[in-house]
Structures are given as C-alpha cells and as structure tokens.
Design a protein around this ligand. Structure first.
Ligand code: NAX
Length: 332
C-alpha cells in the first residue's frame, strides 16, 4: 500500500475549498489508492466554519481519507507537508488599489514561504491559487530558498479549461476532443489564451483547432476576451466568484503535475529560465508544459506569430511590474 500523502489547503473555510477538499478526499486528484492526510488552514475567525467542513468530510466516509485536521496555526499546518495548496489570500475590497492588494498579499506569502522553507518537506510541491497568484507564488518561492524552484507553480488551469471549452463549443465537439490550448503569462486580464497550436479530434480525425473553428477573426478577438473576462461574467451572474470550476482546475493541475500529463500539454505558471519565448528569467509565467515523474518541462520551440508575440510581451511586462512593486514593498 502507498504511504499517506500529507496535503494542506489554506483558505480552507472559503468557497473554493468547499469543493476542492471533497475532490482531494475522494481520491479524484491523487488516485483512489493514495491515502491522504488532509490538513486545513484558515484564519481564527473561520475556525468554526472549518470545524463544520471537518464534520462533513468525516460524514462522507471517504475510503482514502486517512485523517483530517483543521488548524489556525501555520506552523502546525505546514509541518512535514508533501503538497501545499495556497488558496487563502487577502481579497481586493471595493475601492482598494491593485498595488494595495499586492502589498497585503506580499506579506502573507512571504510568511508562508519562509515557514514552508523551515518546516515542510524539501520535496514539497507548492501550488498558489490566491490572487495575484503568479506574484504571490514568486514571493513564496523567494522566501523558501531551500526548496527547489521547480516545486513552485501558480494556477492558470482554470483559464485553460475555459479556453478549451470555448474551442470545443465553437468546433461542435466535447472538451475531451480538444488538446494543446495554452494560456500564456499572468492569471489576470492580460493573460493570452492561444489556440494556434491546438488540435481538435473531429469524427476521428485530428485537425488544427483553427481549422475546426474556421473563424480566425473570432480566435483573435472574442475568443480571447471571453476567456479573459469569464471570471467577471461568473461573478456578475452568481454574485460569487468561480468556485466549482476553480476547484476542478486545481484538481487537474495537481493531478497532472504529480501523477503525470501523459504527453498532453497543460498550462502552468512556472519559473521562467529566461531562454524561452523571450520571457524574462525568474518570472512565474504560464507556459505550455508537459509533466512526468513530478517534474514539469516547458514545451519549447513553438512558432510564435507577430500577433502572439505582442500578447506574450504585454503579459510579461505586467508580471515584471508586479514583481518590481512586490520587491520594493518587501524591502521597506
Ligand atoms: P473565499 O473568500 O471564499 O475564501 C478565502 C479564504 O481564505 C477565507 O476563508 C479566508 O479567511 C482565508 N484566508 C485569507 N487569508 C488567509 C491566510 N493568510 N491564511 C489562511 N487562510 C486565509 O475565496 P475563494 O473564492 O475561495 O477564492 C480564494 C482565492 O482564489 C482568491 O484569492 C481568488 O482571487 C483566487 N482565485 C484564483 C484563481 C486562479 O485561477 N488562480 C481562480 C479562482 C479564484 O478567483
């Protein structure tokens, strides 16, 4: 039998976690044969709510859920952890400047990075979901110098899944028939959803996604803005931000990273080595990657058109600006 995997989810009393914890506990993420010790972390005011979720998880009687712990103590939560899913973050309140939100979160992710550095396993894999996800990830990584940079990533899989679903609808197929859709850059409005290397399996034959969609004007305009603004559309309709789809995307990301993507490309925001697609070294930038044996590798050498090049640069510039602001703030 496999030895238990110790998984912490922060923001555990929040709405994404309410869907995510059940996916993990059921075995949908790491496999039904992988026992999990689940650790939940949230702020003290949310302690009671967390205890309620613990009761529900217990009542689900999941076979592979070995234990579940809820705590407000970060050190306890991160000790000996194998996988850290950092969902909890400081939300942007009405009237708050983006930089104020960045600064609030810089503090949180600096502290969590430093703590992971001291108490987590050195093999820990850290997925940052809380926004601004790429820059929060960069900060946590910076303050965890004894954990390999490979072991940090931020979530853009929800954007990829949204883009894939848009292509599938346009091509008249189900989402499983669409592969190779990429999200480049920041999980923000500057992200670039790219279908130019995508493929669609239609009636048993594999064709370029652009051919299956047969509408390049749409691929260059409404497709991109629909994906960029999808979070806002869900928020406007539900009066709550995306949660079910975010949890599903987190599960997909963790599954593919840790169990392997079997040759499929997936989008993950990971450390740029400075040698690919003109993205500055060190940024946490979303690339197409493949995963095997717990390691991601950026898909290299894709042809980038002038149209795409411009979009890759805009989102890289935004990330450089965020990184600069966060660094200045943390030095103060
Ligand atoms: P909720 O407000 O429902 O839950 C957040 C929870 O985090 C709260 O219970 C809060 O008490 C807790 N929290 C805050 N600071 C904490 C800290 N320092 N330590 C531990 N817990 C802390 O938000 P929810 O809808 O679950 O969204 C969570 C985060 O995901 C937000 O930052 C959101 O912007 C971000 N998202 C990121 C996505 C991505 O693709 N990267 C997509 C979905 C989502 O919007």
């Amino acid at each position: 039998a496999k030895s238990p995997m110790r998984v912490v989810v922060t923001g555990a009393a929040g709405q994404i976690s309410y869907s995510l914890l059940a996916l993990i506990a059921r075995g949908d993420v790491f496999g039904r044969d992988q026992p999990v010790d689940l650790v939940m972390l949230d702020l003290p005011f949310a302690k009671d709510a967390m205890e309620g979720v613990v009761m529900e998880l217990t009542d689900c009687a999941f076979p592979s859920l070995k234990s579940v712990t809820a705590t407000c103590d970060q050190t306890e939560a991160f000790t000996d952890i194998d996988v850290a899913v950092l969902v909890g973050a400081f939300p942007r309140k009405p009237g708050m400047e983006r930089n104020d939100m960045l600064a609030k979160n810089a503090e949180i992710f600096k502290a969590q990075g430093a703590l992971l550095n001291t108490v987590a396993k050195k093999t820990v894999k850290v997925l940052v979901v809380g926004n601004p996800a790429n820059t929060n990830c960069l900060i946590a990584q910076k303050y965890a110098p004894t954990i390999p940079k490979q072991n940090f990533s931020a979530l853009t899989r929800l954007d990829q899944n949204r883009a894939t679903a848009q292509i599938a609808a346009k091509a008249g197929v189900t989402s499983d028939k669409v592969t190779g859709i990429t999200i480049w850059g920041n999980h923000s409005a500057t992200q670039y959803p790219d279908a130019w290397h995508g493929k669609v399996n239609k009636d048993g034959a594999e064709v370029a996604a652009s051919a299956a969609c047969n509408d390049n004007a749409w691929l260059k305009s409404d497709f991109i803005t629909t994906v960029q603004k999808r979070g806002a559309a869900v928020l406007a309709a539900r009066k709550l931000s995306s949660a079910m789809s975010a949890a599903k995307a987190i599960g997909d990301h963790l599954h593919d990273w840790i169990c392997g993507s079997e040759g499929r490309w997936v989008s993950m925001a990971v450390t740029s080595d400075g040698n690919k697609y003109g993205v500055p070294e060190g940024l946490i930038y979303s690339f197409p990657v493949t995963c095997q044996d717990g390691t991601w590798t950026v898909v290299n050498g894709l042809e980038i058109s002038e149209f795409s090049r411009e979009k890759l640069t805009v989102t890289a510039d935004e990330l450089s600006g965020e990184a600069k602001y966060a660094a200045e703030f943390l030095e103060k």
